[in-house]
Design a protein around this ligand. Structure first.
Ligand SMILES: C[S@@+](CC[C@H](N)C(=O)[O-])C[C@H]1O[C@@H](n2cnc3c(N)ncnc32)[C@H](O)[C@@H]1O
Length: 259
């Protein structure tokens, strides 16, 4: 099974956040908890959007890069015969595998300060128990994926691009893993931060040679060589921090078809 190759660069201060119990609990609640403030479940909404861009093609193989605790991977399994799902965080991948094996996993969400309350994430509750066996979860670095990971009909990279230490290298490498006509779906709120990505590698959100550059433009410069941009859409999400504090964000989804 492919695993992340040791690489000091990938251990950015930001990447370590995703190894904590608090992050695992926060993402389990985000992926499997109830909708908040009327905003639909983000990973489920993303994969529904991806399916609408399938353009009549049947998906055999799907790849979910930066899958976190796996909801989008299980949702992809409704549409694809097999799903490879990877994340750099060992704690996230362990949670995915635990959920897959047991069908449910317990966690504790923060209410206030040091106080928590118990919750359970369940695949059956979301109609995912029957398809869960189609997913293979493993640790991997999106910027250094194993060459064997190729031949995909669809690749989903949800809110990953602005958390990578080498986003352009990721984009350059990922397209070759799609079959011709395959779909790459990228979502991001484009919240670039130096704790994850050195500023000179940001794809947008900064001036390039004296001109303000958006991330979509930066992605187009890399992906436009091999892909057509076939759609864009805003997809909102809410992540709970405590019982009384939440992040409400709007990601942009872009859909790229390999020529
Ligand atoms: C903002 S979270 C988004 C997770 C999930 N796709 C979602 O939409 O909820 C970013 C994810 O990217 C993962 N990640 C960060 N750097 C990575 C890398 N170099 N390779 C693989 N995954 C990485 C993190 O561990 C985390 O799970």
């Amino acid at each position: 099974m492919p695993t992340a190759e040791p690489n000091r660069e990938s251990h950015t201060p930001g990447a370590l956040i995703y190894e904590t119990d608090a992050s695992v609990a926060q993402y389990l609640e985000f992926h499997y908890g109830p909708p908040l403030f009327g905003v639909a479940n983000f990973p489920k909404a993303c994969i529904s959007e991806a399916a609408e861009h399938a353009d009549g093609r049947t998906w055999q193989r799907a790849l979910d890069v930066g899958c976190a605790v796996g909801r989008s991977s299980f949702e992809l399994a409704r549409f694809a015969a097999t799903v490879d799902a990877c994340d750099f965080s060992a704690a996230f991948v362990k949670a995915c595998q635990g959920l897959q094996e047991a069908g449910a996993v317990g966690y504790a969400i923060t209410t206030e300060g040091m106080l928590t309350e118990p919750r359970t994430a369940s695949l059956a509750e979301h109609g995912l128990a029957e398809v869960a066996g189609r997913v293979r979860f493993f640790e991997a670095d999106a910027c250094r994926l194993d060459p064997a990971l190729t031949g995909y009909d669809v690749v989903f990279a949800g809110n990953l691009i602005d958390r990578l230490y080498q986003p352009a290298a990721f984009l350059e490498g990922i397209v070759g893993r799609l079959v011709p006509g395959g779909l790459l779906m990228i979502t991001s709120p484009y919240t670039w931060l130096e704790e994850y990505t050195p500023r000179d590698r940001w794809l947008g959100g900064r001036e390039v040679e004296g001109t303000p550059q958006s991330t979509l433009t930066g992605m187009q410069q890399v992906l436009g060589k091999t892909c057509d941009l076939v759609g864009r859409r805003d997809i909102p999400f809410v992540i709970r921090e405590t019982a009384r504090k939440h992040q409400h964000t709007v990601a942009e989804a872009s859909f790229w078809r390999r020529r």
